[in-house]
Each structure stands twice: as C-alpha cells, then as structure tokens.
Design a protein around this ligand. Structure first.
Ligand SMILES: Cc1cc2nc3c(=O)[nH]c(=O)nc-3n(C[C@H](O)[C@H](O)[C@H](O)COP(=O)(O)OP(=O)(O)OC[C@H]3O[C@@H](n4cnc5c(N)ncnc54)[C@H](O)[C@@H]3O)c2cc1C
Length: 401
C-alpha cells in the first residue's frame, strides 16, 4: 500500500501556496521523498516576509504545550531537529535556555503546573530554580523563582528562511515569487500571473489560509483572526538569555517576554491585539478586510467571552501606551527606564477561531485526495516546522497511515 501511494504521486505536480516556513519545509520534506515536481507560489518577492520572518525567533522547548496535543509533540521534536539543522547549516542561533519567571506565590503555582505539563510532554532537563540561581543567570531579574528549560534557544529567523529556501531550490523545488493565488477550480490554480495546473495543492498561506481553503470549500467553520504583536528594543537591561512572564494558561500567547537576539539586541514583546487587517503591520486600517474579520461570527463570539476581553484589553493598553509596555518590562527586570525602550518590529499572528468563538490552540491540517490545507500553523510554528513538515509529507504520501 505504502509503495502504491508513493507511486501515485511520482511525477504528479504538487503546488504549494505560501513560501513561509511551513510551505518551504513541507516542500523540502516532499522533495527528499522524491514526491514529484514541486512549485511554490508566493505573492511576495521573496520567502518569509510574513509570520516566518517577523516572529520572536525563539526555538521553544515545549514547556507550555498541552500534553498529548499534536503541537506538543511537534514542538518537542521540532526543537531537536531545528537546533540540529541550525548547527549543521551554520544559521545564527544561541542555545541560551529559557527562563519563566514567577513574581508572586500564585505565579510559582503556574511554574509547578508548567513543570508538570513539560514533563508529561517529555521536555528534557526541566527544573525549577531558586531566586539565587535565577540571579546568577539573570542578575537583573525580579523573579522569586523560575522554571529553567535548557533546550530553549533563539534563532535568526530570516537567516533560517534563507537557508531553507536555498536548500529547497537545490532540491529542485521551483519558486514563483510575485505570484498571488486568486482562485482555484478543480486542478486549475488561477494567479495574477496566469493559470497553473496542479495534481495536488498544499495550502500553506498562513494569514490567508482560510481564504484559500474557502476557495476549495474547505474549513468554512474557521476564520483566521489576525493579532498584531509589537516589539520594543530594550537598551541597557543586561538580559543574557530569555525571560518569560508566567503565562495565563487559558491564553498562553498573551504575555510578553525579553529575548536576547542572535545579534545581541534585547527585544521585549510581543503584545497581542486584534489587527485591522491581515498584514496591517503599521496599525493601518484595511477597510476591505475589516467586515470579514470583525463581523464574522467567529470574532463576535470570541469577543463575547469576558475572560478573553479582559486580557485583550490589557494587551491593547500595552500596544497603545509606551508606559504600559514599560511597566510589563519593569515587572520582569530592574533598572529599565522609558528612554531605554524604542519601538522595534511588529508581526501578525494567524489565529484560527472556530464557529463557537474558541481560539484553536492546536495545529490543524485537513487532507483530501487533491489538496491539503494547513489551517492553523499556530505558534510555535517556527519551532515545530521541520517535525510537522515530515508528518504532513508522510500523511500526503501515505494517506492510510
Ligand atoms: C509575533 C509573532 C511571534 C512569534 N514567535 C514565534 C517564536 O518565537 N517561535 C516560534 O516557533 N514561532 C513563533 N511564531 C509563530 C510562527 O512564526 C508561525 O507559526 C510560522 O511562521 C507560520 O508559518 P507559515 O508558513 O504558516 O506562515 P507565513 O510565514 O505567514 O507564510 C505564509 C505565506 O503565504 C503567502 N501567501 C498568502 N496568501 C497567498 C496567496 N493568495 N498567494 C500566494 N502566496 C500567499 C504569504 O505571503 C506568506 O509568505 C510567532 C508568530 C508571530 C506572528
């Protein structure tokens, strides 16, 4: 069976939509398995212009993942594969470990919970460290204890995208940049550059993955709600590695952290606030997209959840007010003043919300004979990418597995 399925795909033309880390790694995995000619269509002039090049660059160890979830498995395995890949390809990476800092007794309970979740997910080397040990690692930290995860690392995400893209090209994958998919009818993919015939379409369109899926009548119950995350560069704070706030486990991505990047700069962020457009990096209002986002039943139901609204309001304050952002930083480390922080980049997360208004926290992919849809390559998608791509490629080539 395995052999026949592989044979079915040999020489079939696979068209991948989106040259982010997910489209590129899935293409790479399929090329290694000699699945047939592969073309990647990307509307931008180069790869990794959206989420994959505009993130925190953290190689997560898997400490805040739900045990048993696909995301937990992919994150833990992806962490190992990605660190190996960066070492081999000489992509800039710092294997500095992750600290989740507790500032109150209540947050110490969150650390215990994270430790338990991490151990269930088989994250290696986790331990809770005392305030003294924390101070030895991060002298400016204000935590009273921390969870330390030695597998956490930071990577230069644009350099990683460049390495993956060059490797994919070397494997024979054809990139068509500046090519925006505008419609799909059976095997015919329409683009702004003409029509392309595909035996199998793989939708890896990130912030637009729902739009592409809906063109093929897939995933109609889901909507991507874009969340903008802003970063501040923090000068003179002496952070040596990565310090996270203890998260609210109901909404784990809504908390900020301090990260020393591979170039030595320290960034704080990201905030998380609904964006007025899927690519509205500069807080602009993209009127044509707004009804689809804000009048969707998914968004309306999400905002009927009072717990979510409370946290979203706090995050909006962080986004809108420099002093609110500063207070978040000052709650993690001492000695940072207003003059020490300057706005840095922004990224926008593709967060899938279902028709009941629930944020979907796990990876979601749907598989059909002629198409595959990566509908929720949610954070930490960069970390998980190599492991997830392997899983998706196997699933496409061996549908019965
Ligand atoms: C602020 C932020 C911080 C994050 N931090 C981390 C982190 O520290 N660690 C981590 O592991 N993960 C992190 N993530 C998550 C991670 O970045 C994503 O999970 C991952 O990059 C998703 O990759 P992707 O390929 O699915 O999406 P993308 O990188 O967005 O790629 C999708 C591509 O599809 C293209 N496309 C869309 N529509 C079309 C069309 N119609 N035609 C042609 N092309 C199209 C887009 O131009 C884009 O290039 C973060 C994300 C954000 C936004």
């Amino acid at each position: 069976m395995r052999f026949h399925q592989l044979e079915r795909f040999v020489m079939a033309h696979i068209v991948i939509i989106g040259a982010g880390v997910i489209g590129t790694t899935i293409g790479r995995a399929l090329a290694f398995k000699k699945a047939g000619p592969i073309t990647i269509l990307e509307k931008e002039p180069s790869a990794g212009q959206h989420q994959s090049g505009r993130n925190s660059g953290v190689i997560h160890s898997g400490i805040n993942q739900k045990p048993g979830s696909m995301k937990a498995r992919m994150c833990v395995e992806g962490n190992r594969l990605l660190r190996e890949y960066c070492r081999k390809k000489k992509v800039p990476m710092e294997e500095c470990g992750t600290l989740v800092s507790a500032r109150t007794e209540k947050e110490c309970c969150v650390l215990e919970k994270l430790l338990d979740m991490g151990m269930q997910c088989e994250v290696p080397g986790l331990k809770i460290i005392t305030q003294k040990e924390l101070k030895e690692r991060e002298p400016a930290s204000l935590g009273i204890a921390a969870l330390f995860s030695p597998q956490g690392a930071t990577v230069d995400a644009p350099a990683l995208m460049e390495a993956l893209t060059q490797e994919a090209k070397g494997l024979g994958i054809r990139y068509r940049f500046g090519t925006k998919v505008t419609g799909i009818d059976g095997k015919t993919v329409s683009t702004n550059q003409g029509k392309i015939e595909a035996d199998h379409v793989i939708n890896c369109a990130g912030l637009h993955s729902d739009t592409i899926a809906h063109m093929m009548d897939v995933g109609k119950q889901y909507r991507i709600i874009p969340f903008r995350g802003e970063y501040m560069e923090v000068r003179n704070c002496g952070v040596r590695s990565m310090i996270y706030q203890a998260p609210d486990l109901r909404f784990p991505f809504l908390s900020i952290h301090l990260t020393r990047e591979t170039d030595g700069r320290v960034l704080a962020g990201p905030s998380a606030v609904p964006a007025f457009g899927r690519e509205a990096y500069n807080k602009e209002w993209v009127w044509r997209e707004m009804p689809g986002i804000f009048l969707s039943r998914q968004f309306i139901r999400l905002f009927m959840n009072p717990e979510f609204v409370g946290i979203a309001f706090d995050n909006a304050m962080v986004s809108l007010s420099k002093s609110a952002f500063l207070r978040q930083i000052q709650s993690l480390v001492s000695g940072v003043k207003s003059d020490d922080i300057i706005p840095a980049r922004a990224g926008i997360r593709a967060q899938m919300v279902d028709s009941s208004g629930k944020m979907v926290n796990d990876l979601v992919a749907e598989y059909f004979k002629d198409s595959t849809h990566i509908l929720n390559a949610v954070s930490p998608g960069l970390t998980s990418s190599l492991a997830f791509a392997e899983h998706v490629a196997d699933r496409i080539l061996n549908p019965q597995s």
